[in-house]
Design a protein around this ligand. Structure first.
Ligand SMILES: Cc1cc2nc3c(=O)[nH]c(=O)nc-3n(C[C@H](O)[C@H](O)[C@H](O)COP(=O)(O)OP(=O)(O)OC[C@H]3O[C@@H](n4cnc5c(N)ncnc54)[C@H](O)[C@@H]3O)c2cc1C
Length: 434
């Protein structure tokens, strides 16, 4: 019997929803029957929907992928901030007169680029992608449906979905698919059901996130200052405020969340060496545990992982969502090529091509971020010297700076086609964006 769906994607976050949208637009995959299931009810997409605390610095590659998916032109321009410069410096190298001098500076104008990327709210982007999927006839968006079991057969995977909405909670249904894609985040149920093990380590840090107003303008610049127990980043928002991501020890994070608003603002000001003047809390604050995780395999017969389900990275370079979008674009490309060659999307040989492509790229980023985190959190000895020398060397070398800038733009490594160029979808470019 034919399975209910060709592809079921567990998780309608940025990665899962973008994958579904890409599949629905590619000529080779647009006829596939795709379902996206998410245990959450989802949020209604609107230009004035409440601001989300968690933001991502999306690279040019991510912008291109989201444009190919049809979502970028729908994003409200008033809620996205292009950042044109980036400044990174070490607190222990602060130059008292000009704290910006002792560090690395990237300027999009010098690179011949309009910007280095965009700061985007995660909730807004996933609501936008889900809104797009609602009007996509080949995609069934099943909300409030939690994936609780998966059984792989010879040609299909049978999934159990448990209703999560009030009134129907716990009510189960079964669906079958040729391919199950786990885009269900760091605590992936798909990964667990497939029996895929992970390499995992805690950074013993938390990422404190909050929106702050600063007495000096952010100048469309992303600022990051490395403190002994982790970096604090000020990411520019379109409303003139900054979103901070402060990676720090668990003890410090607990204290920061308990401080009254004024004391919190003062702590943020000091942590950033008042680079943007005084900071004031402008909304809620929260913290997330920081860890490194990499799945040992990305696939089994009929099952594959993408995004945080496959890898979780330190947020110091803001790469988590960017890597996940590259996974989504690579998987969509591999599935399209497989269908054109008469192969089934759930075939292990097909999924291994994706694994070979993305696992090495992700591992390289995981290791680089691990190294950076260690380098900057070490308080003495040779690493301290290396840190000073390293930043100074990068700051002086045009080649090294360009390589870092290419990483930030997401245009290094082996890229999926949709990540390379901006291909707007006909008829959608004139909407909310602009
Ligand atoms: C403090 C912090 C700052 C960060 N800053 C950046 C940044 O600047 N740039 C960047 O690129 N990245 C950043 N990241 C990382 C980024 O937020 C994640 O990498 C990204 O959100 C992962 O997306 P995802 O779609 O893979 O997973 P998720 O966003 O976790 O989505 C998973 C989805 O799966 C659903 N789900 C889970 N289990 C089930 C189930 N059993 N059945 C059905 N549905 C299920 C969930 O409801 C959810 O909707 C940051 C992370 C942290 C912690």
């Amino acid at each position: 019997m034919k399975p209910d769906f060709d592809i079921v994607i567990a998780g309608a976050g940025i990665v899962g929803a973008a994958l579904a949208a890409l599949l629905a637009r590619h000529p080779a995959t647009r006829k596939l029957a795709v379902a996206v299931v998410d245990k959450d009810a989802g949020k209604i997409f609107a230009a004035d929907m409440p601001a989300g605390l968690r933001v991502s610095a999306l690279s040019r590659a991510s912008q291109n992928i989201l444009t190919a998916a049809g979502a970028w032109p729908l994003m409200p321009a008033a809620r996205m901030c292009a950042y044109r410069e980036m400044r990174v410096w070490d607190a222990r190298a602060d130059n008292k007169d000009n704290p910006e001098e002792d560090g690395i500076h990237f300027d999009s104008a010098l690179l011949g680029e309009p910007d280095l990327g965009h700061i985007v709210e995660n909730d807004l982007l996933s609501a936008c992608l889900q809104h797009l999927l609602e009007s996509t006839s080949s995609v069934a968006l099943l909300r409030s449906a939690e994936l609780t079991a998966a059984k792989a057969g010879s040609n299909e995977v049978t999934l159990t979905l448990s209703a999560a909405e009030p009134g129907h909670a716990g009510k189960e249904r079964e669906i079958t698919t040729r391919l199950l894609v786990g885009c269900d985040g760091a605590r992936s149920k798909v990964r667990e059901l497939a029996g895929i093990k992970v390499n995992e380590a805690s950074y013993s840090q938390r990422g404190v996130v909050a929106e702050v107003a600063t007495s000096q303008p952010h100048r469309e610049t992303a600022w990051q200052r490395f403190l002994p127990d982790g970096p604090i980043a000020f990411l520019p928002l379109a409303n003139g405020h900054c979103s901070i991501v402060w990676s720090c020890s668990e003890e410090r994070a607990a204290k920061l969340l308990q401080l009254d608003e004024r004391a919190f603002g003062r702590a943020v000001t000091t942590a950033g060496n008042a680079v943007l003047g005084d900071a004031e809390l402008a909304g809620a604050r929260a913290s997330f545990p920081l860890r490194r995780l990499h799945a040992i395999q990305y696939c089994r017969d009929g099952i594959v992982l993408a995004g945080d389900a496959a890898h979780v990275v330190h947020p110091l370079a803001g790469q988590g969502a960017n890597l996940g979008l590259l996974d989504a674009a690579a998987l969509a490309e591999i599935v399209a090529a497989a269908l054109s060659d008469g192969e089934s999307p759930g075939d292990l040989r097909v999924l291994r091509r994706y694994e070979r492509w993305r696992k090495g790229e992700n591992e390289a980023m995981l290791s680089a971020l691990d190294g950076l985190s260690k380098l900057f959190s070490h308080t003495g000895g040779p690493l301290k010297v290396l840190r000073r020398l390293g930043l100074a060397a990068v700051a002086r070398s045009t080649a090294a700076r360009n390589q870092f800038a290419r990483q930030a733009l997401g245009v290094s490594g082996e890229l999926p086609k949709t990540a390379i160029s901006v291909t707007e979808c006909p008829g959608e470019s004139a909407s909310a964006h602009g």
